[in-house]
Write a protein that binds this ligand. Sequence first.
Ligand SMILES: [Zn+2]
Length: 174
Amino acid sequence: MSRPARSAEARATLTKVARRTDALSPAQRKVVAQIARLQARGEPLNLTAVKRRHPALLEATYAIVPFWGWKRAIEAAGLEYARLKVSLASAVECRLCGRELGALPIHLAAHGTSVEPYVTEYPGAEIVCEELRARYFMRSPDGGRARRPPVPHWEPLWSAFGGGRGVIHRAAGS
Ligand SMILES: [Zn+2]
C-alpha cells in the first residue's frame, strides 16, 4: 500500500499552515491565544499599551528564546501590526514625587535635578509621555528626516494624530 502522492502545491500549502501554527512552541501558542482574546475584547495592542495594561503578557513574549518579539507575536496571531488598535499614554509619572505630567524635564528642575541624573537613577524611566513623543516624531522639518525621538530603539512609535495610521519600526540594532 502506498500513501497518496501529494502535489507540490498541496505540500506548499501544508508547509505554510505548519509555519503559522504547528511551528509555534507551547509558550508561543499561549501568547497568541492571549493576543486573540485581547483583540476579541477590542483592546489596544500597540506595544506600549500592552506594556501598561498587560505587562505579564509582554514579559512572557520577551522570555521566548530565540528572541521572538511583539511584532512577530502579533503576526502569528494573524493580525496586521500596522492596523492594530492603538492607545497612547498622555502622561508620564515622576518617580520622585508620583506626579503625572506630559513631560518631566522642566518639572525635574523643581526637584533640583535634570534628565541625565534622573535616568541614571531610574534606568528606563520615561521622561516624555507617548502622545508627545508621537507628535515629536511626526514633526519632520522641511520634509526631511524626522529628528530622532527620545524612545528606546526597539519601541514602535504610533501616531494617533493627523489621521496618521502608520507605525515606524526601528529594528533592534538599527
Ligand atoms: Zn516630581
